[in-house]
Design a protein around this ligand. Sequence first.
Ligand code: SAH
Length: 343
Amino acid sequence: MKTDIKSLTMAEIKQTLTKMGEKPFRGEQIYGWLHEKLAVSFGEMSNLSGDLRSRLEDRFALPVLSAVQVQKSRLDGTEKYLFRLPDGHLTESVRMRYHHGNSVCISSQVGCRMGCRFCASTLDGLERGLAPSEMLEQIYAITRLTGERVSNVVVMGMGEPLDNYDNLLRFLSLLTGEKGLHMSQRNVTISTCGIAPGIRRLADEGLQITLALSLHAVTDEKRKRLMPITEKYPLEEVLSACAYYGERTGRRITCEYSLIAGVNDGDADVAGLAAIAGRLHCHINLIPVNPVTERGFAAPGRGHVQDFKSRLEKRRVNVTVRREMGRDIDGACGQLRRRYENG
Ligand code: SAH
């Protein structure tokens, strides 16, 4: 199998080029073509000789994603992309436009094995993790298609990023490294369902990435019913890993809380959430659950959501309600791919 050149660091490309009898600066040129100019073929690398280009072609794969479907929300301009991967699998990404710039939500796996009860991505289980190049390509392809820079990245699409740890780390280093897009680590958010050892490991990497925890329930008993991962990593273990992340990185954590009518929107939930927010000094992001046909959960009414929010504010919790972007275009994780594949 050919080596995936877009998942290699600059140092690795230089090393390989040296082995091929080329000067190391050729490696820098190639890296620039891949990660600054967002090239889609070796053919366009015009400052390399034809001979070198064809040797690269023989030796390396250059994965590119093709958009099979693009939906644009009429409500807020949010765009949802369905991409085909080189092996034929499908992945989803979303671009949201804010006044401070373009934010892209990317997937980290095809499918997911975490089994969250309200989520569409996990209905058919995990196919495979995405390569670093395939995570990058979601951002690169959107940049090429729109001609606009991406300033923020959230890893909140399909899949559990900490279940694809090594590829995630390599992706982060390519995305935020000095060459290439050179995105600020602070503009990158990783969202996890709560893989405690992964959170601790990430805390020790010396990065300034923002961490988001998908909390959704404040007791083990209730959380187990929504998020089976709680069986493996109970809430206490997850929260203490998050506290550790905060200490090590100095970054404020966000807790995501999908509000589901009659399930996690009562008085005891307000109290438990306020206690967790106080302990972690975290920001709480409330998301009225996006109904997925197969799941049968409903969001509370708008008034109840506001009331839940103001009861948290009375307890001095830093809380926002997520703007519902792209509701008309299958905005929730895994919905678009599923609809496409099931025809
Ligand atoms: N596996 C990671 C990232 C992917 S999910 C994680 O669990 O955080 C991104 C966020 O969307 C998570 O908070 C997830 O719980 C939430 N989510 C998934 N399906 C949803 C739905 N139908 N409605 C609202 N939020 C949902």
